[in-house]
Design a protein around this ligand. Structure first.
Ligand code: SF4
Length: 106
């Protein structure tokens, strides 16, 4: 009985987390922060990675988000522009977060 409740709650938590992430991604995509990096970095996923790596911190989830990033769209593609051109209309400081991620994963 206890085990069934445990697994049921785990499934509900997974489902809620998926809904939350989907909503978050939809909302972030609407903010159109993606096309602002001339190198085409996956800024959205990198910002989610930063959230897991720095703010929570949840390193397993951070590692999982890194695996979601397509080849050529990750940190290794960042050419460290003189002034990072990735912009967020909600004033998230993308440049400093990219720099922090580079320091973490260097
Ligand atoms: S410094 Fe900013 S704009 Fe330049 S490649 Fe890296 S993430 Fe993109």
């Amino acid at each position: 009985m206890y085990q069934r409740t445990f697994w049921s709650n785990l499934d509900k938590e997974k489902e809620l987390r998926q809904k939350y992430l989907k909503t978050l991604e939809t909302n972030l995509t609407k903010l159109r922060c993606l096309p602002t990096c001339p190198e085409g970095l996956d800024i959205l996923t990198l910002m989610r990675n930063h959230m897991y790596a720095v703010y929570y911190p949840k390193f397993y989830q951070a590692r999982c988000t890194l695996r979601e990033i397509s080849i050529g769209k990750g940190l290794d593609t960042c050419v460290s522009c003189d002034s990072c051109k990735a912009k967020c209309i909600r004033h998230v400081d993308i440049a400093s977060r990219i720099a922090e991620l580079k320091a973490i994963y260097a």
